[in-house]
Design a protein around this ligand. Structure first.
Ligand code: HEC
Length: 153
């Protein structure tokens, strides 16, 4: 069988494309790990600020923090992508269960988005007690998800 140089060239080009594709996916995965960890730190900062604002009756502070908290959860929900469970040179505490039980994880993060939507509504009103109750429900989310989907360290 005669294999033309052109065919070999095409085959090599194909292999290069495949390995470049793999590298691009690993790069995206690493970026997603970095982004979701920042999102989680934003979640924490704004959870504390929302509690503080609601507790003191500072509704402007509670509202601002609630919006940022909601956006951080919304962004985090997009960052647990295929391949970002483990990337060479990156540390992540995301547990394998996120990828083995994607529906369970999605339910928890959707619940977090839903409760922080409700918090934004409450904190946009004029009743600090309503905002305190809503932020109290959000406070319970952290350990509930971390207990199952975040590892030690
Ligand atoms: C739906 C699941 C889920 C919920 C809800 C959740 N977290 Fe997380 N959180 C995670 C996972 C998974 C990680 C590990 C991410 C990683 O290392 O890749 C994490 C990591 C963190 C980190 C470490 C970030 C870093 O610098 O590496 C902090 C801080 C954090 N979460 C705070 C919170 C707080 C505060 C709440 C509640 C207001 C909360 N999280 C709610 C899943 C969740």
């Amino acid at each position: 069988m005669k294999i033309s140089k052109r065919k070999i060239g095409l085959a090599v080009a194909g292999l290069v494309a495949v390995s470049l594709g793999g590298a691009a996916i690993a790069q995206d995965a690493a970026a997603n790990i970095t982004a979701r960890q920042k999102d989680m730190r934003d979640v924490q900062t704004n959870q504390l600020a929302a509690n503080d604002g609601a507790g003191k009756g500072d509704m402007a502070r509670a509202k601002d923090a609630s919006i940022k908290l909601n956006l951080a959860f919304r962004d985090a929900a997009t960052r647990f992508t295929a391949g970002s469970n483990s990337v060479a040179g990156k540390t992540t505490r995301a547990k394998a269960e996120i990828w083995s039980d994607p529906a369970g994880f999605k339910a928890k993060i959707d619940h977090a988005i839903d409760l922080t939507d409700k918090l934004v509504t409450a904190a946009s009103g004029t009743d600090p007690i309503a905002a305190q109750l809503a932020v109290g429900e959000v406070n319970a989310l952290c350990a509930d998800c971390h207990g199952v989907y975040r590892g030690g360290g």
